[in-house]
Ligand binder design. Structure first.
Ligand SMILES: O=C(O)CCC(=O)C(=O)O
Length: 314
């Protein structure tokens, strides 16, 4: 990192990488190295997720892990910048789930992760247009007693924004397996429409109370999202997903980047509690200091954008 000696400050004022953590493509040809195939885009549209996308090198995972070791300390001097911070959000007293939103404002590596070229190119292709940062998340399960993340749809927590033009990118900081509590997806569930919130960290299966028999049966076809550290999956905002407890002898840590299409607006009147977010007034664009424009095909690719396979823009 080039400015490693600078005093810590709120990095949300920086709408560009602050270090040399990720080499940035400067030509359409360099961007092409990160391009998803048309088949991968079609898989995402059909199933609601896409897995196995390499985002980080081992060295980049190591740098993020080092930074994470500092961020899990509630005494970190910039801890107040997290939108939400739970050293343990598990409901079960025998489990632990660290969950925090906003690391990009605090850690230089987590800040620059938003500009990871492989993430940005894939997100552009799956969203179909320019997009902005919404927020990021850390989900960490210790070995032995890591807690569940109950089945849910991300957009059920995001109805204070509209229209729905959102995307989530889950990035493993450890190898994620069925043993240590990897994420699971229910393929095709992004077609179910919006369901109510039934809880994030309590009863794994609480969502079943709001599902019909066909939807409950679809859980038999759920797939484990097993990934190597540094690999990612992308999922649709209505994708049904969750993760089981970690009883293995290996921790399972992940970071999630949540982005939204440029042009999404605030619907703040729809939600009483928007936690620590800085929320624009009703109907104002989700833009400004806390929602940087991460990718704009006209700016970043120019005419070459027309050759890139994308999902239709929502
Ligand atoms: O990491 C996990 O176990 C949960 C992640 C999640 O819910 C998400 O990516 O939206």
């Amino acid at each position: 990192m080039s400015e490693a000696t600078a005093l810590p400050y709120d990095l949300s004022v920086e709408h560009r990488p602050v270090g040399d953590f990720f080499a940035q493509p400067t030509t359409p040809e360099e961007w092409a190295a990160y391009r998803l195939s048309a088949e991968q885009v079609a898989f995402f549209e059909h199933h609601g997720y896409l897995s196995g996308i390499r985002i980080l090198s081992d060295a980049q995972v190591d740098a993020l892990s080092d930074e994470l070791d500092q961020l899990v300390d509630p005494g970190h001097p910039l801890n107040h910048l997290f939108y939400e911070y739970h050293s343990n959000e598990a409901i079960d007293p025998g489990q632990v789930l660290f969950h925090a939103l906003g690391a990009w404002r605090i850690g230089r590596a987590f800040h620059d992760l938003l500009w990871a070229p492989a993430f940005r190119m894939a997100a552009f292709q799956l969203l179909g247009g320019p997009f902005r940062q919404f927020h990021d998340q850390l989900f960490c399960k210790p070995a032995g007693h890591g807690g569940v993340v109950a089945w849910h749809q991300d957009f059920s927590y995001w109805t204070w924004t509209r229209p729905m033009a959102h995307l989530s990118c889950w990035i493993g900081l450890d190898d994620a397996t069925t043993e240590n509590g990897c994420l699971w997806y229910v393929p095709g569930s992004h077609g179910w429409g919006l369901l109510p919130v039934t809880g994030l960290t309590g009863d794994m299966d609480a969502v079943r109370t709001v599902l019909d028999p066909a939807q409950i049966a679809a859980f038999e076809r759920r797939v484990p999202n097993q990934l190597k550290r540094g690999e990612a999956s992308f999922h649709h905002p209505l994708m049904m997903h969750g993760s089981y407890e970690n009883r293995s002898d290996r921790q399972r840590r992940a970071t999630v980047i949540n982005v939204l299409g440029d042009g999404v607006r605030s619907n703040v009147e729809a939600m009483a509690d928007t936690m620590g977010f800085e929320v624009p007034p009703q109907d104002a664009p989700m833009a400004g200091q806390f929602y940087p424009l991460l990718f704009d095909p006209a700016r970043d690719l120019g005419a070459a954008a027309a050759d890139v396979p994308t999902a239709p823009q929502s």
